[in-house]
Design a protein around this ligand. Structure first.
Ligand SMILES: [Mg+2]
Length: 279
């Protein structure tokens, strides 16, 4: 019998984009915990932000921070970390991204070369981050504890950002546009992290069936790696095509709950049918 593993984005997926609440998905989260289906949070949020959320959700499964920047697995007895992971406090941490200090330093150099008025999180006070993100001060503080990604704004009116993309590329980095900010980071993405964790789970549990849920382009590499990808409905109309893709009927956590419960039922029924057939 295969084990189900869920990989999930947070903002706009498991968390409502209106108020960051997961209340509408709580019933499904509790069922997953009861029947021991891991929920691996895979977010562009920082380690500190995800730690708080998973603690509040009562999850102890591995998680992936800053868009695939690093994988964190609680270091317990009998747990073998993935290859290349190092012990870091209570976790095994596998670093896939580029360290923050190098991102900040490179962005400043690019800014000086282009002469553009670029302002990164590292140049901002907690109050400014709070104002720009709409997060309260303590959440803004957790968001400022960055390790593998620097969000920034361009204060000039720049029509064409391709010189910036080019320069980042020369440095082996990538720049992309998120919801509120531009971001500079290494070559990491959510899909690479999910691939490693799928292997890790296979070694622990044998055969696995993966479900992945996300609402934005930075989730697409993760959805591609899943047996059952779910695109959570959002205001943007993305047209995606991949095998088994389902688009949720509802936005955010409400969509999450419906799709997860439906998939668990379908997968369990199929597994049972296969078992009956092989008897
Ligand atoms: Mg999202």
């Amino acid at each position: 019998m295969s084990s189900i593993v869920i990989f999930s984005d947070l903002d706009g997926t498991l968390l409502s984009s209106k108020d960051y609440s997961w209340k509408d998905a709580e019933e499904a989260i509790e069922i997953c915990k009861k029947i021991e289906i891991p929920i691996v949070l895979v977010s562009s949020k920082t380690r500190a932000e995800i730690e708080l959320i998973r603690r509040e959700m009562g999850l102890s499964d591995p998680f992936v921070s800053e868009n695939g920047g690093a994988i964190f697995i609680e270091a317990e007895e009998g747990i073998d970390p993935p290859k290349g992971a190092a012990l870091d406090g209570k976790y095994f941490r596998l670093e896939l991204g580029t360290p923050y200090s190098r991102l900040v330093e490179t962005l400043k150099r690019i800014r000086d070369e282009l002469g553009w008025d670029i302002k990164g999180f590292s140049d901002m006070t907690i109050e400014e981050i709070s104002y720009l993100t709409g997060l309260d001060l303590s959440s803004a503080y957790l968001a400022s504890l960055r390790e593998y990604d620097e969000p920034f704004i361009i204060l000039d009116k720049v029509e064409d950002i391709s010189p910036l993309l080019e320069k980042a590329k020369e440095e082996g980095l990538k720049v992309f546009r998120g919801g509120r900010f531009y971001h500079i980071q290494g070559r990491n993405d959510k899909g690479k992290a999910v691939e490693i964790l799928k292997d890790w789970y296979r070694k622990r549990k044998g055969s696995i069936i993966s479900i992945a849920l996300g609402d934005s382009p930075n989730d697409f590499p993760m959805l591609e790696k899943a047996d059952y990808p779910v695109l959570i409905l959002s205001d943007k109309n993305y047209s995606l095509s991949m095998p088994n893709l389902k688009v949720s009927r509802y936005k955010g956590p409400k969509g999450w709950k419906e799709e997860v419960l439906d998939l668990i039922k379908r997968i369990c029924r199929r597994e049972k049918d296969d078992r009956d057939k092989s008897r």
